[in-house]
Write a protein that binds this ligand. Sequence first.
Ligand code: ZN
Length: 257
Amino acid sequence: MKKADREKYHASYGRHNELSKEPNLLKGILVCRDCGRLMQLRRDNSGVKLDPPRMYYRYVCPTYQNLKEKGCTKKHLNKKEAELAVGEAVRLHIKLFLDSRKALDGLNRTEQAGRINDGYQKEISEACRRKKKAQQRAAALYNDYADGILNESDYLYAKQKYLDEAAAAEQRISELQEMQKKYNKGCTKGSRLETMAGQYMDFDVLTDEIVHAFIEKIYVHSDKSLEICFRFHDELEELIQTVGERKGEICRTETDM
Ligand SMILES: [Zn+2]
């Protein structure tokens, strides 16, 4: 190998090394909106001639790279800019969740919320009492049957009726507990966003762990705009809706007075 070739080889070898080391934070989630393929990370040579040379990376649509306009619309994104935009979006998402939670905590401390919670508690206790009573009655029927007071078909019919009552009460208890949880926490199920928001609240540097924890897919439009699909977005929507409803509830009460 000639000296010049060797130097060229080593120069490009070094660059390839750097490319492979460059972390690809958006790997597997950055999708071209037009052709649906995953965007690929490529080195952009436009900075090589600068003094000192600078290394740029960009995400490109592989279909456009291969087939140009016949395959897809021209689409590329500067890697740093894309990561900054995604980092900012995740920060905003966390802030929106935490702010909404804080607003809900404030609403939970009002007298009105105390009354409503007492109401839920009372209804839950009543449903528990109904359930227990129905179960006791179902159990007591057997004695009547054994003593010959009830024949078999009447016994089975009445027993089923009480068991149905107990099941209905059980169902009501679950519904009330879910309603109470939504009222106080803004979500009906356990909150996965709460854990994640707490864990990554003040993150400095965006990592692929954070990206994949929060984001399911990012679509890249031909005008370079990003459409970010967050995981558990239904949880955040439910929380925001609850806060809106609860604020409305307080306004209504104040107008009523
Ligand atoms: Zn494409």
